[in-house]
Design a protein around this ligand. Structure first.
Ligand SMILES: O=C(O)CCC(=O)C(=O)O
Length: 205
């Protein structure tokens, strides 16, 4: 267990479970998997509040067929992780690189302001050009549904990461599967997802 006592003030302790003791891997098919690590980061609400205040949020647009649509969430991108706010993000990046054997060096952070914010079905093609990639996503704040379904169609696998949980997509998941965080009727507060990228994976085989 890595512990950084009082990083943000008395009692605000952030800690990572470096043993990944709670990791549960789901084999999606012979070449794709998704891993859920509940309770991986202790003190996630502290990091949530800090990032809401300090990250360089921007409102992005996305082309859907022939129209530009405003994305229903905010995003802050740090292609060089050393520029990212909050020292804990640097520590987390190093721990994930070591554990998954991928040199993560960038990140993008999404801010879902409430239950009406979302992201649609997609694969992380721009950042995952290798045949097999490992993409960790750390959730902070509200619990939301995270769905994964085959690119060719079929039933969704439903995960419900809470604040502090890690979801990791691996193998051919970005090529053969799609993922999304849907809007929901049930009221939810703020959620941030921290997504880790690697120039090694973005460069292709
Ligand atoms: O917010 C999440 O949990 C996933 C975000 C995502 O898939 C993306 O930004 O590409």
């Amino acid at each position: 267990m890595t512990t950084q006592p009082d990083l943000f003030g008395v009692g605000d302790t952030l800690a990572i479970d470096e043993t990944f003791a709670t990791a549960h891997r789901i084999e999606l098919d012979a070449t794709s998997w998704v891993e859920h690590v509940p309770g991986w980061l202790t003190g996630n609400e502290v990091l949530l509040e800090r990032l809401i205040a300090t990250a360089e949020w921007e409102q992005r647009e996305r082309r859907i067929v022939d129209r530009m649509m405003v994305e229903p969430r905010l995003t802050a991108e740090y292609p060089d992780v050393r520029q990212a706010p909050e020292p804990m993000l640097h520590t987390i990046t190093a721990v994930l690189s070591e554990h998954y054997g991928v040199p993560y060096d960038g990140l993008w952070i999404n801010y879902y302001r409430d239950h009406r914010d979302s992201t649609g079905w997609h694969g992380d093609w721009a950042t995952c050009k290798r045949r097999e990639c490992v993409v960790p996503v750390l959730s902070l704040g509200a619990t939301r549904r995270f769905l994964v379904k085959p690119r060719k169609g079929g039933r969704s696998v439903v995960l419900t990461p809470a604040g502090g949980d890690l979801v990791v997509m691996g193998g051919r998941c970005q090529r053969d599967w799609r993922h999304c965080v849907p809007k929901q009727q049930t009221v939810a507060g703020a959620r941030i997802s921290v997504n880790f990228s690697s120039r090694f994976q973005a460069a292709g085989d």
